[in-house]
Design a protein around this ligand. Structure first.
Ligand code: ZN
Length: 302
């Protein structure tokens, strides 16, 4: 089953089109896409036998994030061996966890304003929690996952890595730096949810192409690990890490610039497409710093 957010309404996407859940369930389930995870088991039970014939066509542009307001967003760094290598860092012995703040979440299409000139791409498989998880074993972990979707862990490398004790969370939380979509696919739809192709195109060029079977810590391992420290709530999101091929790991390094189009694809789920633009709002910290630097160097030249 594909769970989508169409114009901020909870929707099931079928072969025929979009089925509005609030309408099809006679109000049993509300229109808010985020609320469904709090009632995940009854919802899946209802959907299995529901009449989903009243579908309507919908535009890709009308899709929002299938998880618009998670309470917690976890992201995992260096979770593919070859990505750790290209980053010049050792493969972690325990999951390396940071957050993308939920205000950075956006849907599977549209434009994203660049925060600076070192903005990088990271295709990632995203797991969404469907049942509260506390001290869950690896064997039971998939039962706490509602489904899988695609994510982009857009990263401003300068902001991510600056400071003497760098933290990753701020450089990865600019507005719209956490696209999720195009929809959530329930785990029963995958022949093997632990082995999916993840790929990313910059324009026509393939920049990332790997499989989730290469994850250092698999989805069940991550759910189990996180749940031994924090409670995972229904609707929480885990960005599972990116494979090799990011701009930071190249020589010379390549970053996103105005007009670039990123296509983010995960096998069995679908694709997201985003276009990058220069900031309209010039209040971002990087922009302010650049202007300050320019003013300073200009003054020195004079
Ligand atoms: Zn990442």
């Amino acid at each position: 089953m594909r769970i989508a957010n169409v114009t901020n309404r909870l929707t099931i996407v079928t072969e025929e089109g979009a089925v509005d859940v609030a309408a099809a369930s006679g109000g049993r389930f509300g229109p808010d896409p985020q609320s469904v995870y709090d009632e995940w088991e009854p919802f899946v039970g209802w959907a299995r036998t529901a009449d989903l014939s009243s579908s309507a066509p919908f535009d890709f542009d009308a899709l929002g994030s299938p998880v618009p307001r998670p309470r917690q967003v976890f992201a995992i760094g260096l979770n593919y061996v070859n990505h750790a290598k290209e980053s010049g860092l050792p493969v972690p012995s325990v999951p390396m966890v940071f957050t993308k703040f939920p205000s950075a979440i956006t849907g599977p299409s549209g434009t994203i304003e660049l925060s600076g000139n070192s903005v990088d791409w990271e295709v990632e498989l995203v797991a969404v929690i469907g049942a509260e998880a506390r001290n869950v074993s690896e064997a039971d972990a998939w039962e706490h996952v509602a489904g899988l979707t695609a994510g982009q862990d857009i990263s401003d490398r300068q902001v991510q890595l600056e400071g003497t004790s760098p933290q990753f969370s701020m450089g990865k939380s600019f507005e719209k730096y956490a696209p999720i979509g195009p929809w959530l696919v329930t785990t029963d739809e995958f022949e093997n949810p632990d082995d999916l192709r993840v790929s990313c195109l910059k324009g026509e060029e393939s920049v990332q192409d790997s499989r989730t079977s290469d994850l250092v810590f698999s989805v069940p391992q991550l759910v189990s690990y996180l749940s031994k420290i924090v409670t995972l709530y229904p609707g929480d999101v885990i960005f599972t890490g990116t494979p090799e091929g990011v701009g930071l790991g190249r020589s010379p390094q390549i970053y996103l610039s105005e007009g670039d189009v990123l296509t983010t694809t995960i096998e069995g789920i679908g694709s997201m497409v985003h276009k990058f633009v220069s900031p309209v709002n010039e209040e971002t910290p990087k922009k302010i710093r650049d202007e300050a630097e320019e003013a300073t160097s200009g003054a020195a030249a004079r």
